[in-house]
Design a protein around this ligand. Structure first.
Ligand SMILES: Cc1cc2nc3c(=O)[nH]c(=O)nc-3n(C[C@H](O)[C@H](O)[C@H](O)COP(=O)(O)OP(=O)(O)OC[C@H]3O[C@@H](n4cnc5c(N)ncnc54)[C@H](O)[C@@H]3O)c2cc1C
Length: 403
């Protein structure tokens, strides 16, 4: 067992840390109020942080899961609102899935444009009927045409990056039912570009958190699509969706750890200098005991997160007999703990700051608003994490909600 970092990992962390602290951290309020500025996005591309898990063959950085997780933590440390970390992690996790399953022809068309920051690669699985029960509620339908092409119909909702993709163009990994008779084996992924698409209309949703990246929806009406834009085999979409969400959950864990540590350090600086009843706040156990608890909570979530990442690297490196369901378990454990840990940390620090904690002078409120997106639903709600964990612990026969 080895809990150390390799030289490569240490150097990568430092490079991302330095970039993020210099270019991103001072501008988080601007990100929250106006969206991620183009020069920051350009900087991300130069750093190789735009879909960095895509291999060098397609212009990516070829990061493994641990390296991608390190970058996620550093981006979370810099942007406590979590908007930019989400922009990063969506493309890192789904870029990985895209490369694993798309045809050579499609990868050559899409991925170099993504890794050079010209195209947004997103995920569109959720619909107005819900996101947790993909099998039960997905209504978007793909009808195969006699010439082998497709016609897509239906609506996707609560999708990250809609506004950005209307500007940049997009490769949305869009989950569609292509066989109504085949339960969860009846789904297929397609790559959909929303920009200037005459068969697509879009909407925007006004979120109250992580507002630096947009959320919205799109409707496809008799949208013709060549079979060239199918990602992976017909009927395999559900499995690919689970794989992508599992990947994203490790990265989410890391963004929470980074952001929570920023808040904790900020709070510690404050309680050391703020005096009450003649002493620094930090001298009171009512303050420093919770600080100690939050410190352990962050480290606990970090251990879960990096174990999830490490296991994924064993799996993708072919070095073990692990299965996707093992990765799903650890991804779910990280996702169950880290956002709650970060929320509790922000909340605690807000208490220490007193009235200042309720003002926009400190970024804590951005963290509270941002991290709730993770526990409310993004990449799966908390009960869905509990469901995955209970399934592994107790068995599918007992825990499957369809039984
Ligand atoms: C900011 C934001 C960005 C998002 N970005 C994207 C995106 O880019 N792409 C995308 O496809 N989706 C995206 N989503 C949607 C996200 O994937 C869904 O919110 C999530 O899957 C949950 O679906 P839902 O919101 O429809 O809740 P529902 O599925 O309606 O569930 C509602 C609540 O009930 C719980 N629940 C459901 N079933 C059970 C059960 N059997 N037992 C106990 N509890 C249960 C859920 O955990 C949740 O708390 C985003 C969401 C947010 C908030």
């Amino acid at each position: 067992m080895d809990f150390g970092w390799s030289q490569e990992e240490t150097m990568w962390r430092k490079a991302v840390h330095d970039f993020a602290q210099k270019k991103i951290a001072p501008r988080v309020r601007e990100i929250d109020e106006q969206g991620i500025p183009q020069d920051i996005l350009d900087g991300m591309t130069e750093m190789g942080l735009w879909a960095p898990t895509v291999s060098e063959k397609y212009g990516g950085s070829g990061l493994n899961v641990t390296m991608a997780t390190i970058a996620a933590e550093e981006l979370g440390r810099a942007d406590i609102s979590l908007a930019l970390p989400v922009m990063y992690l969506v493309q890192a996790s789904w870029g990985h899935v895209f490369e694993r399953y798309a045809s050579e022809e499609l990868k050559a068309e899409i991925l170099p444009a993504v890794t050079s920051g010209k195209l947004f690669l997103g995920i569109a699985s959720t619909e107005p009927g819900g996101g947790s029960d993909i099998e039960g509620v997905t209504r978007c339908a793909g009808a195969k045409q006699p010439d082998g092409s497709w016609k897509l119909n239906g609506e996707k909702l609560y999708i990250s990056g809609i506004k950005e993709s209307l500007v940049m163009g997009s490769a949305y990994m869009t989950l569609v039912r292509t066989d109504p008779t085949a339960a969860h084996r009846g789904f297929t992924f397609f790559s959909v570009d929303l920009k200037d698409n005459p068969n697509v209309s879009t909407t925007l949703i006004h979120n109250w958190g992580r507002t630096g990246i947009s959320t919205g929806g799109f409707t496809m009406e008799d949208m013709p699509l060549s079979d060239r834009y199918r990602i992976g085999d017909e009927g395999k979409g559900f499995y690919m969706a689970m794989e992508g969400y599992t990947y994203a959950r490790a990265l989410i864990g890391a963004t929470c750890c980074g952001a929570a540590e920023t808040a904790l350090r900020m709070g510690v600086d404050y309680i050391k200098q703020r005096k009450s009843f003649g002493k620094p706040l930090a001298a009171y156990q009512g303050i420093n005991f919770p600080a100690a608890e939050r410190y352990v909570d962050i480290e606990s979530a970090r251990l879960l997160t990096y174990k999830a990442a490490w296991l994924a690297d064993q799996y993708y490196g072919g070095k073990s007999k692990l299965k996707q369901k093992d990765l799903a378990l650890w991804g779910a454990m990280a996702k169950l703990r880290a956002p709650i840990m970060a929320f509790d940390t922000f909340n605690e620090v807000a208490n220490w700051l007193g009235a200042m904690g309720y003002s926009k002078e400190y970024p804590i409120e951005m963290g509270i608003r941002g991290v709730r997106s993770y526990s409310i639903g993004a990449e799966g709600g908390m009960n869905i994490m509990r469901m995955i964990i209970a399934r592994e612990l107790i068995g599918n026969d007992y825990t499957n909600p369809r039984n």
